[in-house]
Design a protein around this ligand. Structure first.
Ligand SMILES: [Zn+2]
Length: 224
């Protein structure tokens, strides 16, 4: 299996706890974990998403350097889950995908697992967006690969991703999330399969954050 971890910046746990949810208003900010001199501007957006009701997307941006980070939360408590979609039609590239910072993306046809790194990015996008975001991760892995056969395998995966983006290659997309925020959400829910993960399966996933319940509670309180 070709396993990838996103090479993202690491930042202090204080930021992972989302000061925006701890009584700070949007115009207040905290110091940037990267440059140290700038301040983070934190904005939140609410999305209404079928099946999830409401998701909150947070964007943090340094006012001095280029540091940005996104994360997404579900207002309601959700069990760990696995979503599977067979993308056998070009139209399915448009299916909505939510990926939280604890979501693991698997594309078994390409032999790819993208596990969340410490600063893994969250997004609300679609299947096409998953492919276009995965492509540079594979390219980075190719650059870091030491063996020629690893580089060749990586280039093969990039070619497959390009074919899938052009609608010429069927593939299966799987997203697993220990906090249940990530999902694959076609308008016709019969296209996608959903199963709850066991505690054991969930605990084997990377990026299961211990603070998520606190954050969710505070978010619920704020929402009133
Ligand atoms: Zn900065």
């Amino acid at each position: 299996m070709y396993s990838l971890e996103e090479r993202d910046v690491k930042f202090p746990s204080a930021i992972r706890k989302f000061p925006a949810l701890h009584g700070m208003s949007e115009d207040e900010s905290i110091s940037c974990p990267i440059c140290g001199s700038g301040h983070l501007i934190i904005k939140s957006m609410l999305y209404s998403v079928p099946f999830f009701n409401e998701l909150a997307m947070f964007t943090m941006k340094c006012d001095t350097c280029t540091f940005t980070h996104n994360d997404v939360f579900s207002a309601e408590d959700r069990p760990p889950g696995r979503w599977t979609l067979r993308v056998d039609n070009e139209r399915l590239l448009r299916v909505r995908v939510v990926r939280s910072s604890s979501g693991t993306i698997r594309m078994p046809d390409f032999g790819i697992d993208v596990e969340p790194g410490p600063g893994a990015d969250s997004f609300i996008s679609n299947v096409e967006g998953v492919l276009t975001r995965t492509r540079p991760v594979v390219e980075t892995a190719i650059r870091f690969a030491e063996k020629p056969e690893e580089k060749a395998r990586g280039r093969q995966v990039v070619t497959m991703i390009d074919e899938a983006l052009a609608g010429n290659l069927d593939f299966t997309l799987v997203i697993e999330d220990p906090v249940g925020v990530s999902g694959i959400l076609p308008e016709d829910m019969s296209l996608v399969s959903y199963e709850e993960l066991t505690k054991e399966e969930a605990s084997n996933l990377r990026g299961a954050p211990g603070w998520i319940d606190t954050v969710r509670d505070e978010y619920s309180e704020r929402k009133g």
